[in-house]
Design a protein around this ligand. Structure first.
Ligand SMILES: Cc1cc2nc3c(=O)[nH]c(=O)nc-3n(C[C@H](O)[C@H](O)[C@H](O)COP(=O)(O)O)c2cc1C
Length: 138
């Protein structure tokens, strides 16, 4: 049985890079991922960040309060705007258990680690659809 202590939240959101950051998109993304990989392990947060052409889609997985706190921090980040939470699920298992924050460019090939026909590959496909259409899909 899953007690409330073991609950995880999985949040999916989208946002857009601020226009004044467009020239330095790659550096901005590198800094964001540095922060995530530094901070997320001690918070028990895992996930993936997909970006391309000034748009972000991110999955954050972790304890509900931790994820909510991190979302507040991220929302205040002036490097991006138009943050829109697309989905919040209460889940028992992580899709990205071994990633403090995986990074994927929109058009990159999906790394072999994800190509096992598993939930992480499916989620990456859905995030790409989300980036392009604004809809997460089934
Ligand atoms: C799209 C986006 C995603 C982010 N994801 C994370 C994240 O997963 N973890 C994190 O600690 N910071 C993330 N950040 C950065 C935070 O907004 C914030 O700058 C950072 O947590 C500050 O911590 P630091 O001073 O240790 O870098 C993200 C920012 C953006 C714009």
């Amino acid at each position: 049985m899953v007690t409330s202590d073991q609950r995880l939240h999985r949040v999916v959101y989208t946002s857009r890079l601020c226009e004044d950051q467009a020239d330095v998109e790659d550096q901005v993304v590198a800094r964001i991922v540095d922060s995530a990989r530094r901070n997320n392990p001690r918070r028990g947060v895992t996930g993936v960040l997909v970006h391309g052409k000034g748009a972000f889609a991110q999955v954050l997985e972790g304890r509900p309060l931790v994820v909510r706190g991190l979302l507040t921090v991220i929302q205040r980040d002036t490097r991006h705007t138009d943050m829109r939470v697309v989905k919040v699920d209460v889940v028992e298992d992580r899709i990205f258990p071994s990633w403090s924050m995986a990074l994927l460019r929109d058009l990159d090939e999906v790394p072999a680690e994800f190509a096992a026909g598993n939930a992480s590959l499916l989620m990456l496909m859905r995030l790409r659809t989300l980036l392009h259409t604004g809809e997460l899909g089934a």
